[in-house]
Design a protein around this ligand. Structure first.
Ligand SMILES: *Cc1c(COP(=O)(O)O)cnc(C)c1O
Length: 365
């Protein structure tokens, strides 16, 4: 079986260095908000080409802390793509704001800039752009529109570490960007971790307070903050792995290029091929009207796939007040998407086998 993603293999090349770095932290006696985190924040900001990086506990908190820091009034409306992972939307809801779902572009499956303007009201305060699957949203029109209406732009780049748009890296274009270093992401820790990047010094500073009970001086609390810190062991792991992110992304791009040029199956829609060398290819998401048949066929031939995601947020029980919304493009995407294995540890032989097997699907019907 070719697994969808084998984290053991993903981390194998780094294990010696990770063991050494973790041991250094364990023996240092300093486990929270120390030098490993400081070093990672500096390196990741520099990697993204942005002034500030603040490490936090996970990607969900990164989004949540950005929203908290902006102190939007209650009932504010936040524009968000309907096709995303639920973590992009949860903080909007639990902080008391109203998510305004926008249908995605049917080809890129990302936030459609042409559909934002009609959603802006006097209560709109921000747009959350999600770089889903590793492709950066159309930031130029999104930023222009936001500036025109005085809105903040927050990017959820949890799937887009190292992705590029107009020569700029993910994390450097919006007012603030949220990253996750969940183990399966392009840059993954060995546990939970996340970060916020921004050019805005005041915002970065405020998030440094908020992640630590609203305090930067022990027992002096300036805000009602939370506990959302990126611990020293995870920071040490990320310090080991960050220098290899570009090489891993290059391998992902190589595999994506092969899939795009060699896969040729009737009725199978491939992702857009216009930015092969810029996308981070966190996931390679194809679409087929008879998804379950395609998945069963690949499974029977030893290829494990995944679905990102099977049920849209507005149809989830957790968002029952939105269940009556009808968003045909989003619903169709959720019914048709299949993620093929794509990660930096797939061998050329495995890639060839996946392509050949996929291409024989036509003859199996
Ligand atoms: C993984 C992910 C998150 C959440 O990250 P966690 O670290 O698991 O909290 C948010 N948004 C997107 C798009 C993600 O893929």
């Amino acid at each position: 079986m070719i697994p969808f993603l084998d984290l053991n293999e993903v981390n194998a090349p780094y294990l010696d260095a990770i063991e050494e770095a973790s041991l250094r932290v364990i023996r240092s006696g300093w486990y929270i908000l120390g030098n490993e985190l400081k070093a990672f924040e500096r390196s990741f900001a520099s990697y993204c080409g942005v002034a500030h990086c603040v490490g936090v506990a996970n990607g969900l908190d990164a989004i949540s802390l950005i929203l908290m820091a902006y102190e939007f009034p209650g009932e504010s409306e936040i524009i968000i793509p309907a096709n995303t992972y639920i973590a992009s939307v949860l903080p909007v809801a639990y902080l008391g704001f109203k998510p305004i779902f926008v249908e995605p572009d049917p080809v890129t499956m990302l936030l459609d800039p042409d559909k934002i303007a009609e959603k802006v009201t006097s209560k709109t305060r921000a747009i959350i752009a999600v770089d889903l699957y590793g492709r950066i949203c159309e930031m130029e029109p999104i930023m222009a529109l936001a500036r025109m209406h005085g809105l903040k732009v927050i990017t959820d780049a949890a799937q887009a570490h190292g992705a590029i748009y107009q020569n700029k890296k993910a994390g450097s274009m919006a007012d603030a960007t949220a990253f996750s270093f969940y183990p399966t992401k392009n840059l993954g820790a060995l546990g939970d971790a996340g970060a916020v990047t921004t050019e805005d010094e005041a915002l970065a500073e405020k998030i440094r307070y908020l992640r630590n009970y609203g305090s930067q001086v022990r027992y002096k609390n300036d805000y009602q903050g939370v506990n959302s810190r990126l611990d020293e062991i995870q920071a040490a792991v990320l310090n080991v792995k960050l220098p290899f992110l570009d090489a891993e992304n290059a391998r992902r791009r190589e595999i994506a290029a092969r899939y795009l040029s060699e896969i040729n199956v009737t009725d199978l829609i491939l992702p857009p091929a216009d930015r092969i060398q810029d996308d981070a290819w966190h996931l390679f998401v194809v679409r087929h009207a008879d998804r379950s048949k395609f998945i069963a066929y690949l499974d029977a031939n030893g290829i494990q796939t995944n679905v990102h995601y099977p049920l849209p947020i507005h149809k989830q029980q957790a968002f029952s007040e939105y269940n009556d919304l009808i968003l045909p493009i989003t619903e169709r995407i959720h019914n048709e998407v299949i993620s093929l294995p794509l990660n930096a540890v797939l061998t050329n032989e495995e890639v060839t086998y996946i392509i050949q097997t996929v291409n024989q699907f036509d003859y199996q019907q």
